[in-house]
Design a binder for this molecule. Structure first.
Ligand SMILES: [Zn+2]
Length: 90
């Protein structure tokens, strides 16, 4: 954990459909954009990391920062506060 210095972005997992919230400074992950308190963070083991309770790999081919379209598809557009920081490098 970087202590909250990083910007939070929306990350597309390797299954190309599951989205999570990820810090751009460290590997903190939150599965629900409505619950991004420190207590809700998921600690993952690199590099072969699956989203807990699923068979979805968080990193790998197909994974990356989510596009506007992908964010809209899951109804998370309202959670994007600033494109520059929230979506990282896009
Ligand atoms: Zn962080």
């Amino acid at each position: 954990m970087c202590g909250g210095n990083g910007a939070l972005g929306i990350w597309r997992c390797a299954d190309r459909s599951t989205l999570v919230i990820q810090c751009d400074e460290c590997n903190d992950i939150w599965p629900d954009p409505a619950k991004i308190a420190a207590a809700d963070v998921i600690r993952i083991e690199l590099p072969a990391s699956k989203l807990p309770g699923t068979s979805v790999f968080i990193y790998g081919p197909g994974a990356g920062w989510a596009t506007d379209e992908e964010v809209g598809r899951v109804g998370w557009t309202k959670f994007v506060k600033s494109k520059g920081t929230a979506l990282g490098e896009g």
